[in-house]
Design a protein around this ligand. Structure first.
Ligand SMILES: NC(=O)c1ccc[n+]([C@@H]2O[C@H](COP(=O)([O-])OP(=O)(O)OC[C@H]3O[C@@H](n4cnc5c(N)ncnc54)[C@H](OP(=O)(O)O)[C@@H]3O)[C@@H](O)[C@H]2O)c1
Length: 302
Protein backbone atom coordinates (compact mmCIF):
# COMPACT_ATOMS: atom_id res chain seq x y z
CA UNK A 1 0.00 0.00 0.00
CA UNK A 2 1.46 3.37 -0.94
CA UNK A 3 -0.58 6.49 -0.60
CA UNK A 4 -0.57 10.22 0.07
CA UNK A 5 -2.42 11.24 3.20
CA UNK A 6 -4.78 14.19 2.82
CA UNK A 7 -7.78 13.67 5.08
CA UNK A 8 -6.98 13.19 8.75
CA UNK A 9 -9.38 12.39 11.58
CA UNK A 10 -8.44 13.10 15.19
CA UNK A 11 -10.17 11.61 18.25
CA UNK A 12 -9.52 13.07 21.70
CA UNK A 13 -8.97 16.62 20.46
CA UNK A 14 -9.99 18.23 23.77
CA UNK A 15 -7.36 16.33 25.75
CA UNK A 16 -3.90 17.35 26.97
CA UNK A 17 -2.26 15.63 24.01
CA UNK A 18 -5.11 15.89 21.48
CA UNK A 19 -5.36 19.69 21.79
CA UNK A 20 -1.65 19.99 20.99
CA UNK A 21 -1.88 17.51 18.10
CA UNK A 22 -4.83 19.49 16.73
CA UNK A 23 -2.81 22.72 16.92
CA UNK A 24 0.11 21.04 15.10
CA UNK A 25 -2.20 19.70 12.40
CA UNK A 26 -3.79 23.11 11.90
CA UNK A 27 -0.59 25.18 12.04
CA UNK A 28 2.00 22.87 10.50
CA UNK A 29 0.22 20.74 7.91
CA UNK A 30 -1.90 20.95 4.79
CA UNK A 31 -4.17 18.09 5.90
CA UNK A 32 -7.94 18.37 5.89
CA UNK A 33 -8.70 17.79 9.55
CA UNK A 34 -11.85 16.29 11.04
CA UNK A 35 -12.33 16.06 14.78
CA UNK A 36 -14.19 12.99 16.04
CA UNK A 37 -16.05 14.10 19.18
CA UNK A 38 -18.46 12.22 21.39
CA UNK A 39 -20.51 15.21 22.49
CA UNK A 40 -21.81 18.50 21.17
CA UNK A 41 -20.52 21.93 22.05
CA UNK A 42 -16.83 21.46 21.24
CA UNK A 43 -15.37 24.38 19.30
CA UNK A 44 -12.73 23.69 16.66
CA UNK A 45 -10.35 26.01 14.79
CA UNK A 46 -11.44 27.54 11.50
CA UNK A 47 -11.19 25.07 8.62
CA UNK A 48 -11.50 22.01 10.86
CA UNK A 49 -14.60 19.82 10.53
CA UNK A 50 -16.24 18.11 13.46
CA UNK A 51 -18.34 14.95 13.64
CA UNK A 52 -20.28 13.96 16.74
CA UNK A 53 -20.08 10.18 17.01
CA UNK A 54 -21.37 7.49 19.34
CA UNK A 55 -17.97 5.98 20.07
CA UNK A 56 -19.56 2.95 21.74
CA UNK A 57 -20.59 1.85 18.24
CA UNK A 58 -18.05 0.55 15.70
CA UNK A 59 -20.64 1.14 12.95
CA UNK A 60 -21.09 4.78 13.94
CA UNK A 61 -17.32 5.36 14.04
CA UNK A 62 -16.95 3.56 10.68
CA UNK A 63 -19.53 5.88 9.11
CA UNK A 64 -17.73 8.93 10.49
CA UNK A 65 -14.35 7.73 9.18
CA UNK A 66 -15.43 7.12 5.57
CA UNK A 67 -13.22 9.13 3.21
CA UNK A 68 -10.47 9.61 5.82
CA UNK A 69 -6.90 8.58 4.98
CA UNK A 70 -5.67 8.56 8.56
CA UNK A 71 -6.96 8.35 12.10
CA UNK A 72 -5.10 9.61 15.16
CA UNK A 73 -6.37 8.22 18.45
CA UNK A 74 -5.46 10.73 21.18
CA UNK A 75 -8.19 9.57 23.54
CA UNK A 76 -7.72 8.44 27.08
CA UNK A 77 -10.26 6.99 29.46
CA UNK A 78 -11.38 4.04 31.52
CA UNK A 79 -12.79 2.07 28.56
CA UNK A 80 -9.91 -0.21 27.57
CA UNK A 81 -11.77 -1.37 24.44
CA UNK A 82 -12.17 2.09 22.87
CA UNK A 83 -8.85 1.85 20.99
CA UNK A 84 -9.93 -1.48 19.46
CA UNK A 85 -13.22 0.05 18.27
CA UNK A 86 -11.37 2.89 16.56
CA UNK A 87 -9.06 0.39 14.84
CA UNK A 88 -11.89 -1.89 13.70
CA UNK A 89 -13.86 1.10 12.44
CA UNK A 90 -10.84 2.52 10.63
CA UNK A 91 -10.22 -0.81 8.89
CA UNK A 92 -13.91 -1.14 7.96
CA UNK A 93 -13.97 2.42 6.57
CA UNK A 94 -10.86 1.80 4.45
CA UNK A 95 -8.68 4.23 6.41
CA UNK A 96 -5.10 3.75 5.27
CA UNK A 97 -3.12 4.72 8.39
CA UNK A 98 -3.86 4.60 12.09
CA UNK A 99 -1.77 6.25 14.78
CA UNK A 100 -3.18 4.38 17.77
CA UNK A 101 -3.58 5.60 21.34
CA UNK A 102 -0.01 4.86 22.37
CA UNK A 103 2.18 7.88 23.30
CA UNK A 104 3.68 6.07 26.25
CA UNK A 105 6.24 3.44 27.33
CA UNK A 106 8.04 1.32 24.71
CA UNK A 107 5.29 -0.37 22.71
CA UNK A 108 7.60 -3.30 21.94
CA UNK A 109 8.85 -3.95 25.49
CA UNK A 110 6.88 -6.80 27.03
CA UNK A 111 8.39 -5.93 30.42
CA UNK A 112 7.64 -2.20 30.43
CA UNK A 113 4.15 -2.97 29.19
CA UNK A 114 3.43 -5.75 31.69
CA UNK A 115 1.38 -3.73 34.24
CA UNK A 116 -2.37 -4.22 33.88
CA UNK A 117 -2.90 -0.55 33.06
CA UNK A 118 -1.40 -1.18 29.61
CA UNK A 119 -3.87 -3.96 28.80
CA UNK A 120 -6.02 -1.83 26.45
CA UNK A 121 -3.01 -0.38 24.63
CA UNK A 122 -1.40 -3.83 24.29
CA UNK A 123 -4.61 -5.36 22.94
CA UNK A 124 -5.03 -2.54 20.43
CA UNK A 125 -1.44 -2.79 19.20
CA UNK A 126 -1.62 -6.58 18.74
CA UNK A 127 -4.91 -6.18 16.87
CA UNK A 128 -3.47 -3.46 14.66
CA UNK A 129 -0.43 -5.57 13.78
CA UNK A 130 -2.72 -8.48 12.86
CA UNK A 131 -4.91 -6.30 10.61
CA UNK A 132 -1.87 -4.75 8.97
CA UNK A 133 -0.37 -8.22 8.32
CA UNK A 134 -3.67 -9.05 6.58
CA UNK A 135 -3.26 -5.91 4.43
CA UNK A 136 -6.35 -4.25 5.90
CA UNK A 137 -4.68 -1.17 7.34
CA UNK A 138 -1.29 0.37 8.09
CA UNK A 139 -0.05 1.86 11.34
CA UNK A 140 2.53 4.08 12.94
CA UNK A 141 3.00 4.05 16.71
CA UNK A 142 4.64 6.88 18.61
CA UNK A 143 6.53 5.92 21.77
CA UNK A 144 7.52 9.07 23.63
CA UNK A 145 7.85 7.72 27.20
CA UNK A 146 7.11 10.50 29.73
CA UNK A 147 5.47 13.71 28.54
CA UNK A 148 8.01 16.34 29.63
CA UNK A 149 5.87 19.43 30.23
CA UNK A 150 2.72 17.50 31.26
CA UNK A 151 4.58 15.52 33.92
CA UNK A 152 6.32 18.60 35.33
CA UNK A 153 3.00 20.44 35.37
CA UNK A 154 0.96 17.67 37.01
CA UNK A 155 3.61 16.08 39.24
CA UNK A 156 2.47 12.68 37.93
CA UNK A 157 6.06 11.39 37.81
CA UNK A 158 6.33 12.19 41.57
CA UNK A 159 8.24 15.44 41.04
CA UNK A 160 6.11 18.32 42.31
CA UNK A 161 8.00 21.45 41.31
CA UNK A 162 5.27 23.73 42.70
CA UNK A 163 5.69 22.41 46.26
CA UNK A 164 9.31 21.27 45.90
CA UNK A 165 8.39 17.72 46.76
CA UNK A 166 9.78 14.55 45.20
CA UNK A 167 9.27 10.87 45.79
CA UNK A 168 12.01 8.90 44.07
CA UNK A 169 11.21 5.57 42.49
CA UNK A 170 13.76 3.36 44.30
CA UNK A 171 16.90 5.50 44.29
CA UNK A 172 15.64 7.77 41.50
CA UNK A 173 18.55 7.00 39.17
CA UNK A 174 16.74 5.06 36.42
CA UNK A 175 17.10 7.05 33.22
CA UNK A 176 14.09 7.29 30.91
CA UNK A 177 13.10 9.44 27.92
CA UNK A 178 10.91 12.56 28.19
CA UNK A 179 9.13 14.31 25.33
CA UNK A 180 7.40 17.72 25.26
CA UNK A 181 3.78 17.56 24.05
CA UNK A 182 4.61 19.98 21.22
CA UNK A 183 7.25 17.51 19.98
CA UNK A 184 4.69 14.70 20.02
CA UNK A 185 2.43 16.96 17.93
CA UNK A 186 5.28 17.61 15.48
CA UNK A 187 6.08 13.89 15.31
CA UNK A 188 2.47 12.98 14.54
CA UNK A 189 2.27 15.50 11.69
CA UNK A 190 5.59 14.34 10.23
CA UNK A 191 4.67 10.67 10.57
CA UNK A 192 1.61 11.32 8.41
CA UNK A 193 3.57 13.50 5.99
CA UNK A 194 6.02 10.58 5.47
CA UNK A 195 3.61 7.66 5.16
CA UNK A 196 6.05 5.33 3.40
CA UNK A 197 8.94 5.83 5.85
CA UNK A 198 6.64 5.34 8.83
CA UNK A 199 4.51 2.49 7.49
CA UNK A 200 3.86 -0.33 9.98
CA UNK A 201 6.55 1.03 12.19
CA UNK A 202 7.00 1.75 15.89
CA UNK A 203 8.64 5.16 16.18
CA UNK A 204 10.70 6.36 19.15
CA UNK A 205 11.09 10.02 20.01
CA UNK A 206 12.36 12.05 22.98
CA UNK A 207 13.76 15.48 23.80
CA UNK A 208 15.85 14.32 26.75
CA UNK A 209 16.77 11.18 28.67
CA UNK A 210 17.01 11.78 32.39
CA UNK A 211 16.42 10.12 35.72
CA UNK A 212 14.13 11.63 38.35
CA UNK A 213 17.27 12.62 40.29
CA UNK A 214 18.79 14.39 37.28
CA UNK A 215 15.49 16.22 36.69
CA UNK A 216 15.29 17.26 40.35
CA UNK A 217 18.88 18.55 40.14
CA UNK A 218 17.80 20.76 37.24
CA UNK A 219 14.74 21.85 39.24
CA UNK A 220 16.99 22.71 42.20
CA UNK A 221 19.27 24.75 39.91
CA UNK A 222 16.19 26.50 38.48
CA UNK A 223 14.10 27.08 41.60
CA UNK A 224 16.60 26.92 44.44
CA UNK A 225 18.07 23.93 46.25
CA UNK A 226 16.50 24.80 49.61
CA UNK A 227 13.29 23.38 51.09
CA UNK A 228 12.92 20.21 49.02
CA UNK A 229 10.96 17.40 50.66
CA UNK A 230 12.62 14.22 49.33
CA UNK A 231 11.52 10.65 49.98
CA UNK A 232 11.69 7.30 48.20
CA UNK A 233 9.21 4.60 47.30
CA UNK A 234 9.86 0.96 46.45
CA UNK A 235 8.52 0.94 42.87
CA UNK A 236 8.18 -2.85 42.80
CA UNK A 237 6.10 -2.89 46.00
CA UNK A 238 3.97 0.02 44.74
CA UNK A 239 3.33 -1.88 41.49
CA UNK A 240 2.33 -5.02 43.37
CA UNK A 241 -0.08 -3.10 45.62
CA UNK A 242 -1.52 -1.30 42.58
CA UNK A 243 -2.08 -4.59 40.76
CA UNK A 244 -3.88 -6.03 43.81
CA UNK A 245 -6.07 -2.91 44.04
CA UNK A 246 -6.94 -3.03 40.35
CA UNK A 247 -7.79 -6.73 40.49
CA UNK A 248 -10.06 -6.08 43.47
CA UNK A 249 -11.86 -3.36 41.50
CA UNK A 250 -10.21 -0.24 42.92
CA UNK A 251 -9.00 1.89 40.03
CA UNK A 252 -7.85 5.42 40.76
CA UNK A 253 -5.04 7.77 39.76
CA UNK A 254 -2.74 6.37 42.48
CA UNK A 255 -3.21 2.82 41.17
CA UNK A 256 -2.83 3.85 37.54
CA UNK A 257 0.12 6.11 38.40
CA UNK A 258 2.01 3.46 40.37
CA UNK A 259 1.80 1.12 37.38
CA UNK A 260 2.88 3.70 34.83
CA UNK A 261 5.64 5.08 37.07
CA UNK A 262 7.01 1.57 37.59
CA UNK A 263 7.34 1.22 33.81
CA UNK A 264 9.72 4.23 33.92
CA UNK A 265 12.13 2.10 35.99
CA UNK A 266 12.38 -0.51 33.22
CA UNK A 267 15.37 0.25 31.04
CA UNK A 268 14.43 0.24 27.39
CA UNK A 269 17.38 0.36 24.98
CA UNK A 270 14.99 0.98 22.08
CA UNK A 271 15.43 4.76 22.13
CA UNK A 272 19.18 4.28 21.61
CA UNK A 273 18.79 1.55 18.98
CA UNK A 274 16.17 3.39 16.96
CA UNK A 275 16.10 7.14 17.39
CA UNK A 276 13.34 8.57 15.17
CA UNK A 277 13.85 12.18 16.24
CA UNK A 278 15.38 13.15 12.92
CA UNK A 279 12.76 11.37 10.83
CA UNK A 280 9.93 13.00 12.78
CA UNK A 281 11.42 16.48 13.26
CA UNK A 282 12.01 16.23 17.01
CA UNK A 283 15.11 17.80 18.54
CA UNK A 284 17.02 17.26 21.75
CA UNK A 285 16.66 19.89 24.46
CA UNK A 286 19.62 21.26 26.40
CA UNK A 287 19.68 21.42 30.20
CA UNK A 288 19.30 25.20 29.94
CA UNK A 289 16.12 24.75 27.90
CA UNK A 290 14.74 22.26 30.42
CA UNK A 291 15.55 24.64 33.28
CA UNK A 292 13.76 27.46 31.43
CA UNK A 293 10.74 25.18 31.03
CA UNK A 294 10.81 24.28 34.75
CA UNK A 295 10.85 27.99 35.65
CA UNK A 296 7.98 28.73 33.27
CA UNK A 297 5.84 25.90 34.65
CA UNK A 298 6.64 26.83 38.27
CA UNK A 299 5.60 30.43 37.52
CA UNK A 300 2.19 29.32 36.21
CA UNK A 301 0.92 28.75 39.76
CA UNK A 302 2.33 31.94 41.32
N1 LIG B 1 3.53 9.57 28.23
C1 LIG B 1 2.90 10.25 29.17
O1 LIG B 1 3.52 10.82 30.09
C2 LIG B 1 1.42 10.36 29.08
C3 LIG B 1 0.72 11.12 30.01
C4 LIG B 1 -0.66 11.25 29.86
C5 LIG B 1 -1.31 10.62 28.81
N2 LIG B 1 -0.60 9.86 27.93
C6 LIG B 1 -1.25 9.21 26.79
O2 LIG B 1 -1.65 10.23 25.88
C7 LIG B 1 -2.89 9.90 25.27
C8 LIG B 1 -3.89 11.03 25.51
O3 LIG B 1 -4.05 11.21 26.91
P1 LIG B 1 -4.45 12.64 27.53
O4 LIG B 1 -3.90 12.68 28.92
O5 LIG B 1 -4.08 13.72 26.57
O6 LIG B 1 -6.01 12.50 27.64
P2 LIG B 1 -7.02 13.50 28.38
O7 LIG B 1 -6.42 14.83 28.59
O8 LIG B 1 -7.55 12.78 29.58
O9 LIG B 1 -8.20 13.64 27.32
C9 LIG B 1 -8.95 12.51 26.96
C10 LIG B 1 -9.56 12.73 25.61
O10 LIG B 1 -10.19 11.51 25.21
C11 LIG B 1 -11.53 11.78 24.84
N3 LIG B 1 -12.34 10.61 25.15
C12 LIG B 1 -12.38 9.91 26.30
N4 LIG B 1 -13.24 8.89 26.19
C13 LIG B 1 -13.78 8.96 24.94
C14 LIG B 1 -14.73 8.21 24.24
N5 LIG B 1 -15.34 7.15 24.80
N6 LIG B 1 -15.02 8.56 22.98
C15 LIG B 1 -14.42 9.63 22.40
N7 LIG B 1 -13.52 10.40 23.01
C16 LIG B 1 -13.20 10.06 24.27
C17 LIG B 1 -11.93 12.99 25.69
O11 LIG B 1 -13.03 13.62 25.07
P3 LIG B 1 -14.15 14.47 25.86
O12 LIG B 1 -13.84 15.90 25.59
O13 LIG B 1 -15.41 14.03 25.24
O14 LIG B 1 -14.05 14.09 27.32
C18 LIG B 1 -10.65 13.81 25.61
O15 LIG B 1 -10.58 14.52 24.40
C19 LIG B 1 -3.29 8.55 25.85
O16 LIG B 1 -2.87 7.54 24.98
C20 LIG B 1 -2.53 8.48 27.16
O17 LIG B 1 -2.25 7.16 27.59
C21 LIG B 1 0.74 9.73 28.05
Amino acid sequence: MSKVIKNVALAGATGSLGSIVLASLVNDSEFNVTVIARKDGQSVPKGVSIKIVDTDSVDAITEALRGQDALIDATSGPDSTLGMRFIDAAAAAGVYRVIPGEFSADVQSAEARSPLVFHGKNMAFEHLKKLSAEGKITYTTISNAAFLDWNLRTGFINIDIHNKKVQYLNDGTDVFPWTHLSSVGTAVVNALAKPQETENRACYISNIRKSQKQMVDLAKDSLGADGWDESTIDAEKALKAAAESMLSGTINMQVIGDMIRWSCTVYSPRWEQQDDNKLLGVRNLTDDEVMKLIKEIAAEKK
